[in-house]
Design a binder for this molecule. Structure first.
Ligand SMILES: [Zn+2]
Ligand SMILES: [Zn+2]
Length: 338
């Protein structure tokens, strides 16, 4: 089969790869219906995060089960399934507490930009739908695999509740779906920091009430102006840079909640500043598996349409163009048809 490999900065190739096989009795093999490129793939694509050798890419997926190992009991061939970027047994103490992305058996998925995929701990990782979903649902179901699950965790970890004022820092796919999640959870006011007209438009569709284009101290001042001088109740940090994290901490009101779901790159926190900020901090790799059953149901019941973040769809043999378009910000997120 043809799978996606990163060779170095901006060098993406589709090349012959061995078809995945069952290697452990708890594995499943999927024939993917859709896969995509993640904002986090751009860190290594841009060379900000270096790679030691050519690396297979992709961790967001949904598809049809082809084959399962001997110890897989719940997942059956022929089912349509969605899984997270982190595998989980869904039985250990950490999983039962809702933190499946830190499962004792966790493996990070990394070969999903391809037609077939091996998923370890299939019973705990994958969630099956009752019926095969119509094709039109594929983008939104794929979104639950990571971007929506991550945006949803960001809103949940930031304690978004009915009537709250929410700030989303970051207008990438995760930030935009953080807006959608906050809206679903009943937020009254949702402020987004964004400088890109197409992203602002989508943010408004998902429920944003205010857009702030300023950054740094000016950005913080603007947020304070919009929140009676005190800051937002809930702040979702969806980028992972020093600038965005500082922006988020300074924009949270004392006693408020700040979640951080962007993989940090060079973020360093000042202890004294944190001490006097007086905020609840909670974040990390989103435990998408915790939310998957609920999110899949919201999609199938047409309550939400997170698939709108895919503004470019390409056949997988044009994967290199998919990366370029996201790198150059011509696309928010690229869906790949295997
Ligand atoms: Zn991702
Ligand atoms: Zn576990």
């Amino acid at each position: 089969m043809q799978g996606t490999m990163l060779y170095g900065p901006r060098d993406i190739r589709l090349e012959d790869r061995p078809e995945p096989k069952i290697t452990k009795p708890t594995d499943a093999i999927l024939r993917l219906s859709a896969t995509c490129i993640c904002g986090s793939d751009l860190w290594s694509y841009r060379g900000i995060q270096s790679i030691a050798q050519p690396t297979p890419m992709g961790h967001e997926y949904c598809g049809i089960v082809e084959e399962v190992g001997k110890e897989v009991n719940n997942i059956k061939p022929g089912q349509f399934v969605v899984g997270s970027f982190a595998t989980s047994d869904n039985t250990c103490v950490i999983c039962r507490d809702g933190y499946q992305s830190s499962c004792v058996q966790r493996e990070f998925m990394s070969t999903a930009q391809a037609p077939f995929l091996r998923v370890p701990s299939a019973d705990g990782t994958l969630v099956a739908t009752n019926d095969l979903p119509p094709k039109g649902f594929l983008p939104s179901l794929l979104a639950t695999s990571d971007v929506l699950g991550t945006g949803w965790f960001a809103a949940d970890a930031a304690n978004v509740k009915p009537g709250k004022t929410v700030l989303v820092v970051g207008d990438g796919a995760v930030g935009l779906l953080g807006v959608l999640s906050a809206k679903q959870m009943g937020a009254e006011r949702i402020i987004v920091m964004s400088r890109h007209p197409s992203r602002q438009k989508l943010a408004r569709k998902f429920g944003a009430t205010d857009i702030v284009t300023e950054r740094g101290d000016e950005g913080v001042a603007r947020i304070k102006e919009l929140t009676k001088g005190i800051g937002a109740d809930s702040v979702l940090e969806c980028v992972g840079t020093q600038e965005s994290m500082m922006q988020a901490i300074q924009s949270t009101r004392p006693g408020g909640y700040l979640s951080y779901v962007g993989v940090p790159h060079g973020v360093e926190l000042n202890g004294e500043q944190l001490f006097f900020a007086h905020v609840h901090l909670h974040g990390g790799p989103a435990p998408v598996r915790r939310y998957l059953p609920e999110l899949i149901q919201l999609v199938l019941n047409e309550k939400i349409n997170p698939g709108k973040v895919f503004d470019l769809t390409l056949p997988i043999d044009q994967v290199a163009e998919g990366y370029r378009a996201m790198d150059e910000r011509r696309a928010i997120k690229t869906l790949l048809r295997p």
